[in-house]
Design a binder for this molecule. Structure first.
Ligand code: AMP
Ligand code: ZN
Length: 148
């Protein structure tokens, strides 16, 4: 499942394209991002070609999170970063460019100038009444999806 023609991450996993590899097991590989937003910016990639997390067998999802939890402290220790963001861009609308699922580990420092999702002033707290219909629609969709 790692032989999708034209997929750069499949090629890296197969050893056909270069990467600075940090970690590998049966299910995932982790290597440095070629265009880091901070030193130590890492990608955790399943050894299974799928575009989005929901297309992955559960064992690969677990392995990705386990690898991220293992690597993050090592990345912080090695780079002196104080925290990190775990990020998956799913779909071009969310900024996905490489169409093989991957989780970014982005090392962070106070005052590094990178934006967080919780930028104060750009969001507002809404009432539960306003939230409720969205919640209902998602729970209904969940029931449909689980029934498939
Ligand atoms: P995304 O926007 O989530 O699809 O991010 C794709 C990431 O893959 C970007 O941060 C790129 O810098 C990175 N990337 C693309 N090609 C390579 C490569 N050959 N080796 C390492 N990282 C790569
Ligand atoms: Zn691939």
């Amino acid at each position: 499942m790692i032989g999708m023609p034209g997929c750069v991450f499949c090629r890296i996993i197969r050893g056909e394209a270069p990467a600075v590899m940090l970690y590998e097991d049966e299910l995932v590989a982790a290597f440095l991002d070629i265009a880091p937003v901070a030193p130590g910016h890492t990608l955790v990639v399943p050894k299974y070609h799928a575009e989005r997390p929901e297309e992955l067998p559960a064992e690969y999802l677990c392995a990705m999170m386990k690898a991220a939890a293992l690597l993050a402290p090592a990345i912080l220790e090695a780079t002196g970063a104080e925290g990190y963001n775990l990020l998956v861009n799913a779909g071009p609308a969310a900024g996905q460019v490489v169409m093989h699922v991957h989780m970014h580990i982005i090392p962070r420092r106070r005052g590094d100038g990178m934006r967080a999702i919780h930028v104060p002033g750009e969001r507002r707290i809404v009432s539960h009444e306003e939230l409720r219909p969205v919640g209902e629609a998602i729970r209904e969709a969940l029931t449909r999806i689980k029934g498939r």
